[in-house]
Design a protein around this ligand. Structure first.
Ligand SMILES: NC(=O)c1ccc[n+]([C@@H]2O[C@H](COP(=O)([O-])OP(=O)(O)OC[C@H]3O[C@@H](n4cnc5c(N)ncnc54)[C@H](O)[C@@H]3O)[C@@H](O)[C@H]2O)c1
Length: 227
């Protein structure tokens, strides 16, 4: 994990167990290897553990993936000082409520980017070649191949909104696989942007420019009121 910010729980948290290690509550299900790693650092309490039932009262630190931590959830955790969130998106966590209590939020930028980008390739191929609808028809009766069409992706123009970790990786994959033309829009990255200067691309000045030029549109921006 590569957190954007770090918090030394050993220094800043009050609850120390018998083993002298901080306690973290995993409120979502994590990969067993992640739990194993966490156990080398913390006393880990899982939802299956009996002491988990009082996590809201007792937790000073939680690890989460897909749960929500709304303002009322934050309020129900009087001792919380840190939230570890797997993944980059923190829109399910009420930032204002955390800031008011100086609760640190630690995410993992880039950790899922490759996996997401490869799934994008799979889904784009699936849509372009109508794999789902053809498979569905095939379940009922043999499909005449003359009734199957679809789009090849070779040299198609891919419009990427948001050239962060995922957008950049998707652009690289589509360049490599299809010699695709990349039209990129990301107003927050410097121009030229060093992190993706190696990807041949056209930089769009507006979202509308991307819409009018691209064959495939793909979006990787944080969820904000603007987006
Ligand atoms: N649903 C899922 O399974 C899943 C998995 C991983 C990531 N995500 C979401 O995808 C998003 C992108 O992930 P990432 O790892 O690439 O994040 P990232 O932070 O590396 O990149 C996000 C990029 O979006 C740009 N951006 C912000 N606002 C924009 C706007 N209005 N228009 C254009 N660009 C804008 C930023 O400048 C940044 O470069 C995250 O917010 C995350 O929540 C979802």
């Amino acid at each position: 994990m590569t957190p954007t910010s770090t918090l030394d729980l050993h220094e800043s948290r009050p609850v120390i167990s018998g083993k002298g290690r901080p306690t973290v509550y995993c409120i979502d299900q994590f990969h067993p290897q992640a739990v194993e790693h966490a156990r080398t650092l913390f006393n880990v309490v899982l939802p299956s553990d009996s002491e988990f039932k009082d996590w809201r009262i007792n937790a000073t630190a939680i690890l989460m993936k897909s749960s929500w931590m709304r303002a009322e959830d934050i309020a129900s955790c009087p001792n919380l000082i840190a939230i570890g969130k797997q993944g980059v998106g923190i829109d399910k966590i009420d930032a204002k409520a955390c800031a008011e209590r100086s609760i640190k939020v630690i995410n993992t930028p880039g950790a899922n980017a490759r996996a997401v980008a490869e799934l994008v390739l799979a889904l784009a191929m699936s849509v372009a070649r109508e794999i789902r609808s053809i498979t569905q028809r095939q379940l009922d009766h043999p499909v005449n191949k003359e009734t199957c069409s679809g789009l090849t992706l070779y040299k198609k123009k891919i419009g990427v909104l948001g050239m962060g970790n995922i957008g950049r990786t998707v652009a690289e994959i589509f360049r490599g696989a299809f010699d695709a033309e990349v039209i990129a829009y990301d107003p927050f990255l410097p121009c030229p942007a060093d992190s993706w200067a190696h990807i041949p691309h056209e930089r769009a000045a507006t979202v509308e420019e991307v819409y009018t030029k691209c064959d495939i549109l793909t979006i990787y921006v944080p969820l904000t009121t603007e987006t």
